[in-house]
Design a protein around this ligand. Structure first.
Ligand SMILES: O=P(O)(O)OP(=O)(O)OP(=O)(O)OC[C@H]1O[C@@H](n2cnc3c(O)ncnc32)[C@H](O)[C@@H]1O
Length: 499
């Protein structure tokens, strides 16, 4: 009896039971923590928000749908293109005489947008339409026709389930700057504050060049300067848009230069030998880029006959650039200021379509070789070209010699890329699944998706945080168990000895 009392005084708890309880609690805690960690890190179905931009270009309209993670609205989620749709037919500016058709033309792509954006998101999905050089030109020659086209387009878009935010003509400066934002956003250069890529955009009616130059602070030519503060970095961008220097308008200008005498036959070095089409003077001179030069005594039609000569084509193309006047320290052409070229460049839209067709996107190829290959292509007969490419749109096919020659002339003579700096250009269509062009930059700007300051980011990602808490708790429980065993185990041993 006294021995039993002594034992109870020395060892007041039922030691093995306590240990078992501690172990069970410890195991339950570990299982609970691991379960929480696993569940927290399990991917849940992503919810997205959407934005839609219609690019109403001179040659055609395209619709782009962008998406970004819904819970990352605070400017940290990545915006990506999820769908695009090419509107059938020509650009909206071609509907000047029957504006209602401009609205009608958008219906099919708007239908695709309704099928892509989840119904419950539609009412909060912003929808924008931006028109570029085609509408800029129409606005110059016939501003009331331009207004009518916009009215028709607005009517069609207002009837959509999306949150329509308006349709307007972008300035050339905006087109250049937003193209630059798109390229650098998609390359993750803005968020990380990396050196930026310049943007070269070739459309049907205008062309843009935009880049950051250490030698440009905007003071020499303020109209070419756009200032941005993005993710905490300041950018002073040089940008210029050349209206009428898109490839369709330059083709008109080159042909206009060759038809000044009002000839009935034009032997054109930029078209393949064997090419022969009868064309209308009125169609050739219907644009404000050439209309002032229409010969007075022009017949109704002319025979456009190909000669297929690259060197002569280069001369013909060069005639549309004016290098004779420059009131600045340096100019590209037509008296437009341009600082020295700097950095890598992404060249997209028609730059890519044309160079890709010609198999000339590899800019590590010496410039001379590129010219030789193009010269060979231009010298190929029209019959052979058609036979080699039976599925390619004949209008494009007939123009690739001219278009390639224009691109090389614009880059080298116009912008001053040399044999050395030509390799700084990369011909691109898409970056990480999104088309290169002004539309994404435009939407990012209008939805304030790029903050001026770098957003505060947590020191650890969520998964890392959960893992560390789990690890620390396991270590703590282990330590507790260890201490408990150290305290109680000797007593247990002693107890057996006593008993
Ligand atoms: O910016 P603007 O000047 O308004 O023009 P756009 O928006 O219509 O210009 P795009 O980038 O859509 O197209 C540029 C040009 O490339 C032409 N184009 C489109 N696809 C092409 C292809 O596969 N091959 C050759 N040319 C193509 C198109 O007709 C235009 O002349």
């Amino acid at each position: 009896m006294s021995a039993q009392r002594e034992m109870k005084e020395k060892n007041p708890w039922p030691t093995p039971v306590t240990i078992i309880i501690i172990i069970v609690i410890g195991v339950i805690a570990i299982v609970a923590l691991v379960t929480v960690a696993v569940l927290q890190n399990k991917s849940v179905p992503q919810k997205y928000k959407y934005g839609i931009v219609l690019d109403a270009g001179s040659s055609h309209t395209a619709l782009y749908i962008y998406q970004w993670p819904a819970e990352k609205d605070n400017n940290t989620g990545r915006v990506e293109q999820t769908h695009s749709c090419k509107v059938k037919g020509k650009g909206i500016s071609s509907y000047a005489s029957e504006p209602w058709k401009a609205g009608e033309s958008l219906k099919e792509c708007m239908g695709e947008a309704e099928n892509t954006v989840p119904k419950e998101r539609a009412h909060e999905t912003p929808l924008y339409l931006g028109a570029t050089a085609g509408m800029r030109l129409l606005d110059i020659v016939n501003s009331s026709a331009s207004k009518n086209v916009f009215q028709a387009v607005e009517k069609a878009l207002q009837n959509s389930p999306f949150s329509y935010q308006g349709a307007r003509i972008l300035s050339g400066q905006e087109e250049g700057a937003f193209g630059w934002v798109t390229v650098n956003y998609l390359d993750d250069r803005l968020k990380q504050g990396l050196k930026t890529t310049g943007a070269l955009d070739l459309g049907g009616a205008s062309t843009q060049i935009s880049f950051i130059s250490d030698n440009f602070d905007g003071s020499e030519s303020p109209i070419n300067s756009v200032n941005f503060r993005l993710y905490g970095n300041d950018y002073n961008l040089y940008t210029h848009s050349f209206l009428c220097y898109g490839k369709d308008q330059v083709l008109k200008m080159v042909l206009a230069n060759q038809t000044q005498s009002g000839a009935t036959t034009v032997l054109d070095p930029c078209f393949h030998s064997g090419y022969n089409e009868t064309k209308n003077y009125s169609v050739l001179y219907d644009s404000p880029c050439v209309s002032g030069r229409k010969p007075q005594e022009a017949p109704e039609k002319f025979d456009h006959i190909g000669k297929g000569n690259f060197q002569e084509c280069q001369k013909a193309v060069k005639s549309v650039f004016n290098f004779t006047f420059c009131k600045h320290s340096r100019c590209s052409f037509n008296g437009v200021f341009q600082p020295p070229l700097q950095g890598p460049f992404g060249a997209f839209s028609a730059y890519y379509f044309v160079m890709n067709f010609l198999n000339l996107t590899d800019t590590s190829m010496p410039l001379e070789t590129v010219k030789q290959k193009l010269s060979q292509y231009c010298g190929t007969s029209w019959d052979k070209i058609k036979r080699q490419h039976p599925t390619v749109n004949v209008k494009y096919l007939a123009e690739y010699c001219f278009s390639g020659t224009y691109i090389l002339t614009l880059l080298t003579e116009g912008y001053d890329f040399t044999a050395e700096t030509y390799s700084n250009i990369k011909f691109i269509k898409k970056i990480k699944g999104s088309d290169a062009g002004w539309t994404l930059g435009y939407m990012l700007n209008l939805t304030n998706m790029i903050p001026a300051e770098a957003p505060d980011s947590p020191p650890l990602p969520h998964a890392g945080y959960v893992s560390i808490v789990t690890l620390m708790t396991i270590l703590l429980i282990g330590l507790l168990l260890f201490v408990a065993l150290r305290i109680f185990w000797p007593r247990c041993s002693k107890k057996t000895q006593i008993v």
